[in-house]
Design a binder for this molecule. Structure first.
Ligand code: ADP
Ligand code: ADP
Length: 222
């Protein structure tokens, strides 16, 4: 699903973010990505979602060599990736339904199909019946679930999450992790960047560790 070969990223200002990174996330696998602030976690996720491009090495996503994908094709590639952020970037002046429907509206689905899929995604995250609510009326944990529903509503084969539990208490964080587990069981590959070592320790998934832009411990598993 994801393969990095000797990937390096240097930002235009000269800041080295990743150096010679190798790893492989198999189709259907779920894994954690960890490391201190500044270690390169967000950069790695941005290379996968083609928000940034590597300076050296190869990034393969879903069988595509990213370097060979022309800019015009990037939106199509991105449709296969559900991205979840810490600050869920919800539209607070729209309903839960409208927020979750957004990716489908952009893709031009029919209203009937949109209603069916939005309803399915909200069921999956445990927000059935909250369609008409405004996100501002929901708790932090519920808002995060809306963000997750929006990311999974077009059933992406790959889910990326950047500090998805950063603002949540331990109980809610574990609930969100259980949700990722459910999505993984349903067939999606999942990569979760997190500082939360306590949470990682309580789950049975492989952990990829970045330190100053270098990947530790990954080679023995890939
Ligand atoms: P985190 O540690 O939670 O990943 P950061 O503070 O490292 O967050 O980064 C937050 C955002 O700011 C990211 O989108 C990152 O790409 C961007 N960013 C981080 N460092 C710099 C920098 N030196 N110059 C410009 N943008 C940066
Ligand atoms: P993490 O997510 O692990 O906190 P990042 O990938 O955000 O790490 O950052 C890795 C390094 O790259 C840091 O030194 C950060 O300051 C730098 N960086 C991140 N984004 C940018 C950017 N847009 N421009 C310049 N430097 C950046």
């Amino acid at each position: 699903m994801i393969r990095f070969e000797q990937v390096s990223k240097i930002y235009p200002g000269g800041q080295k973010a990743l150096s010679g990174v190798n790893f492989h996330l198999k189709k259907g696998e779920m894994a954690f990505l960890t490391g201190h602030s500044g270690a390169g976690k967000s950069t790695l996720l941005k290379l996968i979602s083609v928000i940034e491009r590597a300076n050296a090495g190869r990034v393969h996503i879903n069988g595509h060599d990213i370097a060979k994908v022309p800019p015009s094709q990037v939106p199509y590639l991105r449709r296969d990736i559900g991205i979840i952020f810490q600050n869920h970037q919800l539209l607070m002046d729209r309903s839960v339904h409208e927020n979750v429907a957004l990716p489908l509206v952009i893709e031009g689905f029919s209203q009937a199909e949109i209603n069916k899929r939005v309803s399915g995604a909200l069921d999956m995250v445990g927000l059935h019946g909250k369609e008409k609510h405004n996100p501002i009326m929901l708790s932090g944990g519920e808002q995060q679930r809306v963000g997750i529903a929006r990311a999974i509503v077009n059933k992406p084969p790959l889910i990326l999450a950047d500090e998805p539990t950063g603002n949540l208490d331990p109980k809610l964080s574990m609930d969100i992790m259980k949700l990722f587990e459910l999505l993984n069981d349903a067939g999606s590959s999942v990569l979760i960047a997190t500082h939360d070592l306590g949470l990682i320790a309580r789950m049975k998934y492989r952990t990829l560790t970045l330190k100053h832009g270098r990947m530790l411990y990954a080679e023995e598993h890939s």
